[in-house]
Write a new protein. Sequence first.
Length: 151
Amino acid sequence: MKAQNRKAGQLPAKLEKLKSRQSKKIGIRQDRFQHRMSGRTSITLGHRHNFLNFTDRFIPGRGTHRHTFNGITRVADGHRHSYAGITGRAINGQGPRHFHRFRQVTRIADGHTHVISGRTSIPIRVSGSSRHVHKIIVQKIKKHKCCCNHN
């Protein structure tokens, strides 16, 4: 009876999981979603920094989720700060209009820290492979002639 109740084109849950695993193994393009995080740090020692980054990994939870994030502030007062953390839970459901709040202290630079805080954007679709890969593109290689003979 279960097979008859299923709509045409639907796969049983076990087959759907297997299909998902197979696509990950062979690196089929899948859409991912990230959130934009931007703003200004707290004022410390008379200056503040701008920051901009996107969330990283998706962390599932019961009825909600979170994301990891990391970044580096813009230079201000001759230095910059790095930061990393985890967003708060999804607010406004799990759908296309949800967002996250965040608050994190930066790492120490030039003897002090700042606080970054705010809310993320709604999800932004990012197309890509299921495997996270960085590629280096070399545009030009110049040969340099040396005055001494190297073999």
